[in-house]
Design a protein around this ligand. Structure first.
Ligand SMILES: [Zn+2]
Length: 256
């Protein structure tokens, strides 16, 4: 596979998926060198579960300097874009199609904010954003859900993250989002509405016509049912009811 460059498109691709994104200053220049090529997404939990977990992901510590992942996913589903370059998150391990013990130069890391032990603190917004964001990245790089991998699945170092997430179910959802395509933007929705209006007239006018046919001119825009002059002011329903009553009387008269 040819060199595809650093994922400087991360923020745009996540936003296009309808996700909330915070871009941290300098993220496009942050990282431990450039990607070779991008083959997938490695899923992690932070192990903290606190609002400041992203600081550790950005800065790391003396023996393991940051950035430690390109993305941090908050509990409310917000993505923090930390880095576009290579990050130290994969460690040693293997996965079909990924280079053994060298995945950092080939996969994007998402650190989801979670304490990582029972009782699990995942939120539904967070899991939804986790799956949609992963799908958006995989769609962008032309891969499918087989390249969405848990750190515990890749690692030969006994990693457990992301704890509490069933990755078979997770990949099924991701594949669904990949195939569903990115949702329409507000501008696209507006364009379609303009198109419909141009060809069909404002939505709602036809319903008013139908109501007028049933109830008479008098009700137009007034919310009243004034009936038809030809029917002595009765509406269609009232007129039919009137005819029925007369017919029943006739029948009774005939058989008596
Ligand atoms: Zn991990």
């Amino acid at each position: 596979m040819s060199w595809t460059g650093d994922p400087v498109w991360l923020a745009d691709v996540l936003r296009a998926e309808g996700l909330h994104v915070i871009e941290h200053d300098g993220w496009r220049e942050r990282g431990h060198g450039d990607f070779r090529d991008i083959r997938g997404v490695l899923c992690h939990h932070t192990g903290g579960g606190n609002p400041n977990d992203w600081r550790y992901v950005r800065d790391g510590e003396p023996k393991l300097p940051g950035p430690l992942a390109q993305l941090v996913l908050e509990k409310d589903g917000t993505y923090r874009v930390i880095a576009a370059g290579v990050c130290w998150h994969a460690g040693r391990g293997s996965w079909p199609g990924w280079p053994t013990d060298n995945a950092n130069y080939h996969v994007i890391g998402i650190e989801a904010v979670s304490r990582g032990r029972e009782p699990f603190d995942w939120t539904s917004q967070q899991i939804d954003a986790y799956q949609r964001g992963t799908a958006a990245i995989l769609r962008r790089i032309g891969r499918d859900a087989a390249d969405c991998v848990a750190h515990r699945e890749y690692s030969s170092e006994g990693k457990i993250d992301p704890a509490g997430l069933d990755m078979h179910e997770f990949r099924r959802a991701v594949q669904g989002f990949i195939e569903g395509g990115a949702p329409m933007s507000a501008a696209e929705v507006e364009q379609i509405q303009e198109f419909i209006t141009a060809f069909c007239g404002p939505i709602g006018s036809d319903i008013k016509d139908v109501r007028e046919q049933l109830c008479g001119h008098g009700q137009r825009d007034a919310g009243q049912y004034a009936g038809w002059p030809q029917l002595d002011g009765l509406t269609l329903v009232e007129a039919i009811a009137d005819i029925r009553t007369r017919l029943e009387k006739l029948e009774l008269g005939g058989t008596a």
